[in-house]
Design a binder for this molecule. Sequence first.
Ligand code: 1GP
Length: 256
Amino acid sequence: RLNSLHDTLSSRRKSGQKSLAILLDPDNLEEEGCRHLLELSEQHSVDYFFVGGSLVLSSRQAALIHFIKSRSAVPVLLFPSHSLHLDHQADGILLLSLISGRNPDFLIGQHVIAAPLLRQSNLQILPTGYMLVDTGRQTTASYISGTTPLPHDKPAIAACTAMAGEQLGLRLMYLDGGSGAMYPVSPAMIRAVRQAVEVPLIVGGGINTVEKAQAALQAGADVIVIGNQIEKEPSFLADMARTVRQFNQEYGLAQH
Ligand code: 1GP
């Protein structure tokens, strides 16, 4: 099956180009807010929309994806927490295996249920090692998954976890402090994972200032994910797009 999404992530990783993903949570987004975010995304460059959340309280996910697809060419990736959250309108799926935890349901169980549905769909599949990191308070993701997140100050555990995930064939890694984390994943942990694996590295959770975004990019994140702060302050999307663009321009200059 063609996987242009993975090819792009991989070639951007090799050339050191960074990407911006905006997390849209169907439970938190009204139509008007979504329309505004889509307009901002057209004006500034956004590379991906991630759609999902640890709980999907409403039935709005399908309508949200339909809304985005009818107005924007930015690829939509499902960021599911359950096999019930599949949606064929999206472009691809982050097929998350929760490798920081020891709950078999989120390592392989949900995937078994989803497998035949995924095979029938046209979704591009991105097998992703998902690592939840302890960032100051229990997040919905760690509560719902019934798993202990990685200790914030143990980069070596994160590095070995990512290494094992890559050896098992996972093609992306996602270090996540969880939505609304009190502080983001530390640059030391990002750097350790970056050095341990070749695959593209996604980092999110608690990135709510330009400085935190820059720190994550400098430490080796290939994709930064922003959710909460854009819900609170939509203009933050422009700040993040500028930060990623400047980083890419400076990197490009440094290469020549
Ligand atoms: C959470 O990585 C995402 O899964 C984004 O987190 O909402 O804190 O930006 P925030």
